[in-house]
Ligand binder design. Structure first.
Ligand code: FAD
Length: 487
């Protein structure tokens, strides 16, 4: 079949590789001049910044793509396991390291959270159990396909549904399981990994902690963008064609089947379309379909405000991933999802890839990716919000780390919900499509197909099974399994 993949985000790249391997003739149409979508990079004055994702989990899903294409291990994406998943800083001066090594982790927990040591062990085991139970159903299969409900993983899960903890919120479960508010805040934060609020998302999502803390946090030796680059190279080697700077303006239908795509150069006939575009943008701009009416009503996930700072010195006290917590988490999420604004005391995420990729900054310097969660765009006065947030962030970093960070910033770039929407066509700049702020929302994302339209498939972070690098690859695997091999 002749297949058009629209968008070269992680989901699009993985789909293109898998489908070309199946013998199809795949062309990827990308409006930007390079692949990667939200996984981007910028080079400024000797500093390199990954602009989007920074945490790499389940790298075996990337390995699998190379393996499928018979690429030798030495030729695959090189990455390392981090020894410290994240360094946490609290307003009361506490520092806590979530080490990967179990012995180191448990002695750190005894040091900082002695009353909750047993609860953390129990939680990590529970997160693993929930993941093992639900992943084959919710993450790695076409959840919306009724015939799957007769398969073994689904039957197994049905008998253990009570374990999935649907009926409490993440925060409700964390507040019950841990006594120390700082630890509750730490585990609540995993809701932000899919752009949701721990005060509304179901406790099932506490399994996210399993990926980072049991399976492990990893980092590509050449930075996050090398994931996109290596998949792009792999796709080219398989024979996938790429048309950059080519925006798809319409997905054309002939009755109940997709028949082509329209770009500025005209209509190209195809046998199938795999869309890696945010499904809300598809509904609003690419496809004439009533889908739009439903999809525009669903709450968007959070977005982000990011400052990319070239820093003229190094900070041994910081690690690759660092969190500077706020003093009132509930207030922060009220701002994000209710007031659609930014809290004056936001939790700040500092990601410094030059700690592990020295070439990412000049000698003795560091590349800081400074991010706060932001509401998705709904017409806020962003210039004002960004200026205020910058002041608040600088003040917070100075206070919590005892520095004068303003005097160390030698170069700056900024990403906001507006630029994320502009650059990736992610509606409202949402990072993960829809939020998971309701009981079943996480599992009721838009399916990978659209009932009533043949040969149109959806991949990427806005559809099933969800956002983030591993789940985008999972969506590509699901779609590739739906499309038969070429004859
Ligand atoms: P996208 O990245 O959304 O790309 C879609 C592509 O389609 C874009 O290149 C766009 O230009 C193109 N396109 C859109 N419309 C058209 C059109 N009409 N015609 C042609 N091309 C079009 N995930 C993690 O796993 N770990 C993290 O730490 C993490 N942190 C993140 C931090 C930030 C700031 C952001 C933005 C995201 C983060 N994520 C993280 C999420 C992760 O980056 C995304 O889930 C994933 O990269 C999305 O991939 P995708 O396949 O949905 O495609």
């Amino acid at each position: 079949m002749k297949i058009a993949v629209v968008g070269s985000g992680i989901g699009g790249l993985a789909s293109a590789i898998l489908l070309q391997r199946k013998g199809h003739q795949v062309t990827v149409y990308e409006k930007n001049s390079c692949p990667g979508g939200k996984m981007g990079q910028i080079n400024v004055d000797g500093y390199r910044f990954d602009t989007g994702p920074s945490l790499f989990t389940l790298p075996e899903l990337v390995d699998e793509l190379f393996e499928l294409c018979s690429v030798q291990e030495t030729e695959r994406l090189p990455y390392v396991r981090l020894s410290n998943n994240c360094r946490y800083f609290y307003p009361d001066g506490t520092e806590f390291n979530f080490y990967q090594d179990r012995e180191a982790l448990y002695s750190e927990i005894e040091r900082v959270f002695p009353h909750d040591a047993a609860a953390v062990r129990k939680r990590l085991l529970h997160a693993e159990e929930v993941y093992n139970l639900s992943a084959p159903v919710f993450l790695f299969s076409a959840f919306h396909k009724l015939s799957n409900y007769l398969t073994e993983p689904y039957r197994h899960m049905v008998f253990k549904l009570h374990k999935l903890d649907f009926f409490r919120t993440m925060h409700g479960a964390n507040a019950k399981d841990f006594t120390d508010p700082r630890l509750i805040q730490l585990f609540d934060r995993y809701a932000t990994y899919n752009g949701s609020s721990p005060f509304r998302a179901p406790a099932t999502l506490n399994m996210i902690a399993h990926l980072e803390n049991n399976k492990g946090a990893f980092f590509p030796v050449k930075g996050m963008y090398s994931i996109a680059n290596s998949l792009y190279d792999l796709a080219l080697k398989q024979g996938v064609r790429f048309e950059f700077n080519t925006r798809v303006e319409e997905i054309i239908r002939n009755g109940a089947a997709v028949s082509g795509i329209r770009t500025a150069s005209g209509i190209t006939s195809v046998d199938a379309v795999v869309s890696d575009v945010d499904v809300r943008s598809v509904a609003n701009h690419l496809l004439k379909h009533p889908l739009k009416r439903i999809i525009n009503k669903i709450e968007r996930s959070s977005s982000a405000l990011i400052f990319y700072w070239g820093i003229n010195r190094s900070f041994p006290r910081l690690d690759v991933h660092n969190i500077l917590f706020s003093s009132d988490y509930r207030e922060e999420f009220k701002h994000l999802f209710k007031e659609k604004s930014l809290s004056a005391d936001p939790t700040v995420y500092l990601f410094i890839s030059s700690k592990i990729v020295p070439d990412d900054a000049p000698a003795g310097c560091e590349n800081w990716f400074v991010m706060v969660n932001a509401p998705s765009d709904c017409g806020q006065a962003w210039d004002k919000l960004i200026a205020e947030a910058r002041e608040n962030i600088v003040r917070k970093i100075d206070k919590m780390l005892g520095v004068d960070i303003g005097s160390c910033i030698v170069t700056e770039r900024i990403a906001s919900p507006l630029t994320i929407a502009r650059d990736t066509f992610s509606a409202n700049g949402a990072l993960y499509g829809t939020s998971s702020n309701s009981l079943l929302a996480a599992f009721l994302r838009h399916p990978n197909t659209l009932p009533g339209i043949k040969n149109l498939y959806f991949v990427g972070g806005s559809v099933h099974p969800g956002g983030g690098i591993p789940l985008c690859i999972a969506s590509a695997k699901i779609v590739s399994n739906e499309i038969p091999d070429a004859l």
